[in-house]
Design a protein around this ligand. Structure first.
Ligand code: SAH
Length: 449
């Protein structure tokens, strides 16, 4: 049978979809490019903001006539729209959906397909094995992940989830309610997955967790993220390692030193500040002050030469005054970070902020604030990137768009260059000839590999 997986949202969803696709192919199914041509359709969903949730309604709506026309089509709904609790109300609301899957767990679909006899006969027995093998149920041991067909021999950079769920409960955030409490994956399992990916041609892995620096705190013997980085570093074939997302309170010196010391670990830290005002931070329940964050940025820069830092910011949090917003604007101007992802506050069900605070910043004002920060940041990054002109950066080439190769620098800048050789999966030394805020263009300097 043909399958189609539609994915929106965070990097963890990308990793979850890959695992699902790998399992479906193991059971004999074949990928297709369009939902219309598929016998099995899965929507892997995000609800972090209302805008993401709205996309799900759009997609679900378009599947209804398709199901009416071809009732045998299997439709699965996965991810944070489903969550980990009882979500049967979704089946009543969208009766054309057949099966629900919590985030990171495609098990229910695989079992459903087997029960309905939709797995090739000689493979049906494999469902249980596949569930175990790819750790499709929380807590079961895994082995290697086989890349799905569309990525086989082409994927250069892969996400690997290392901490599932989150127990921090920032007041605006729905993730802990949908992905469940924090659980670290055992180190051996992660190492197996990374080795398997490297053996299949992957050259860079990005370790994922809502607070990735808390890796291991819930495991026996308490391995830490620096321990994990050191073990991953020994894997032959892997050339780069990244991790995200960090929380300011959990970034130890040991971690920063591991980044500085280990050549494969890239000098790039994603550590969201969310707001530049102490009162707003307190109501967000972030657990640090603006000054703490300022000192953290200094510490990161002191310990890791040439580091780039990315942040996330929410504008228009309930009660955020013009003055409080100005504090965020000032902080961004002062810190001059390499990237800032700006989001307009969106009240989310179950969260503390949606229950206790009025969403009182009007949409036009949220948009004004978002735009102001975006413009400021574009100017800052434009200046930072201009300094790279004539410099040579190391680029891990991920693919080709039109006639240009593209990849990212160690500091996570997007770089394009033209060359006749096949560069996919290789490290290139590229001299920068043009710099804009969102990308760089350069020329091959030499071939180090
Ligand atoms: N655990 C990670 C990722 C959280 S989701 C972290 O700490 O950053 C990614 C980003 O979405 C967050 O950093 C935040 O900036 C934004 N976000 C989360 N909830 C939001 C909400 N209710 N409204 C608007 N943006 C939100």
């Amino acid at each position: 049978m043909n399958y189609y997986v539609w994915t929106i949202g965070c990097q963890m969803n990308v990793a979850d979809s890959r695992r699902l696709e790998s399992a479906l192919e193991r059971l004999g199914h074949t990928p297709v490019d369009r939902a219309e041509n598929a016998d099995i359709i899965v929507l892997n969903t995000c609800v972090v903001r209302q805008s993401a949730e709205n996309k799900i309604y759009g997609r679900l709506g378009s599947l209804k006539p398709l199901k009416q026309e071809r009732p045998e089509t299997v439709i699965g709904l996965m991810g944070c729209f489903v969550g980990r609790g009882d979500a049967d109300h979704l089946l009543r609301r969208f009766p054309w959906v057949d099966v629900l899957m919590p985030p990171s767990n495609p098990g229910p679909l695989l079992r459903y397909l087997t029960e309905r006899g939709l797995v090739e006969e000689d493979r049906a027995m494999e469902t249980a094995q596949v569930l175990r093998r790819y750790r499709l149920q929380d807590g079961e041991a895994s082995q290697a992940l086989v890349l799905p067909a569309r990525e086989r021999e082409t994927l250069v950079s892969a996400y690997v989830s290392v901490v599932l769920g989150c127990s921090h409960a920032c007041s605006y955030c729905i993730i802990p309610h949908r992905r469940g409490p924090e659980r670290s994956r055992p180190m051996d399992e992660i190492l197996d997955e990374a080795r398997a990916l490297a053996a299949q041609g992957v050259r860079e892995i990005t370790l994922l967790g809502q607070i990735v620096d808390r890796y291991g705190l819930d495991l026996p013997n308490h391995p830490s993220l620096p321990n994990l980085l050191r073990r991953l570093h020994q894997i032959e074939g892997l050339q780069r390692i990244r991790f995200l997302t960090s929380h300011p309170n959990w970034m130890t010196d040991e971690l920063l030193d591991a980044v500085a010391e280990l050549p494969k670990v890239c000098e790039h830290i994603e550590v969201p500040v969310q707001a530049g005002d102490d009162e707003v931070l307190r109501r967000m329940k972030r657990g640090y002050t603006v000054d703490d964050y300022r000192r953290l940025v200094e510490r990161i820069r002191r310990r890791i030469a040439g580091v780039s830092i990315a942040t996330d910011i929410i504008v228009g949090f309930p009660g955020e005054t013009a003055e409080q917003f100005q504090h965020t604007h000032d902080l961004l101007a002062e810190l001059r970070l390499d990237k800032a992802h700006i989001a307009r506050y969106s009240p989310r069900p179950q969260t503390l902020a949606s229950r206790h605070y009025q969403d009182d910043v009007p949409p036009e004002e949220k948009e004004r604030r978002r735009k102001a920060l975006d413009e400021l940041q574009a100017e800052i990054v434009g200046q930072i990137n201009t300094r790279l002109l004539d410099e040579t950066v190391e680029v891990l080439v991920e693919g080709q768009k039109k006639d240009r190769w593209w990849g990212r620098s160690r500091t996570d800048k997007l770089v394009y260059f033209e060359d006749d050789a096949d560069w996919r999966g290789r490290l290139a030394r590229v001299r920068i000839t043009w710099a804009g805020p969102w990308s760089l263009i350069g020329e091959i300097e030499s071939d180090p590999s």
